[in-house]
Design a protein around this ligand. Structure first.
Ligand code: NAD
Ligand code: ZN
Length: 250
């Protein structure tokens, strides 16, 4: 990322009418939550696609709770927003960002203070009983016996979208509508391979928006869909971008 790239993208964001962001696991890496893919992934010994697939969960919920969900809960309980999440809050406060579409289930955008967050894959903060549909805060569940159960005896599952499940209609239709009407989409920390989230930058681009991508590594979007690639971590790049936009707006 050169100072020139930063200046150019800051100008675009400062002058845009409607800016939205699409975020992925990468924005939470600096909060201590490893991504599924790319460097530093915690899941080197297990296949997250397998453990995060609904079929695996239904086949053996105890194995998935023990090998994946219990560890995830522990990480999420401790995680706090980082400079990347705070950078997006600053953009909103400057009137330069309206909505975040996130693939993350960690709730860190809301905790940081972003006000309009579409949680494409749900939120791990809640567990749902598969028998009576009761929602229980994750902080209240007892993991001493796995898999955890509701008072009715039903199995508890995170209120998230597993691989192999559908995205809630409302999240999908609202995201599509925003992607096709925004004039800038800032894509942060996603490997852009999980569908249908990965389609959002393509919809934005095909509708005439400028796509700005922030990631330490190139992705399938980088040399095709993204108009600008700001290489670096979310915390570093978004803080620098906010500073540059402030200079233009002040
Ligand atoms: P991914 O794990 O497939 O890819 C992570 C991306 O982040 C990579 O492109 C990597 O280069 C980039 N990255 C790594 N460190 C970064 C940093 N410091 N700053 C910016 N980018 C960085 O993530 P995905 O595309 O979001 O897809 C994974 C799926 O798994 C999602 O659907 C999500 O629901 C789920 N997931 C969520 C969390 C979370 O809630 N924090 C964590 C892991 C996985
Ligand atoms: Zn129940």
């Amino acid at each position: 990322m050169t100072p020139d790239d930063l200046k150019k993208t800051a100008e675009i964001i400062a002058r845009a009418r409607s800016v939205i962001s699409l975020t992925g696991a990468g924005i939470s890496v600096e909060s201590g939550i490893p991504p599924f893919r790319g460097k530093g992934s915690l899941w080197e010994t297990i296949d997250p696609m397998e453990f995060a697939h609904i079929e695996s969960f239904l086949k053996n919920p105890e194995r998935v709770w023990r090998g994946f969900l219990a560890g995830m809960k522990d990480l999420l309980d401790r995680a706090r927003p980082n400079q990347g999440h705070l950078g997006l809050v600053a953009l909103e406060e400057m009137g330069r960002l309206s909505t975040i579409i996130t693939q993350n289930i960690d709730g860190l955008h809301q905790l940081a203070g972003s006000s309009d967050v579409i949680e494409f894959h749900g939120n791990f903060a809640w567990q749902r009983c598969m028998t009576c549909d009761t929602l229980i805060p994750s902080s209240d569940i007892d993991l001493s016996v796995l898999p955890p159960r509701c008072d009715c005896g039903g199995l508890l599952r995170p209120d998230c979208v597993f691989f192999g499940e559908m995205i809630p209609d409302l999240s999908l239709s609202r995201s599509r509508a925003l992607a096709s009407t925004c004039d800038v989409m800032i894509v942060v920390g996603t490997s852009a391979v999980v569908q249908p989230a990965a389609m959002m930058p393509v919809i934005a681009k095909n509708s005439g928006a400028v796509v700005i991508e922030v990631n330490p590594e190139p992705t399938p979007l980088t040399h095709s869909v993204s108009d600008h690639f700001l290489r670096g971590t979310a915390g570093r790049v978004l803080s620098a971008l906010v500073e540059e936009i402030r200079k233009i707006l002040d």
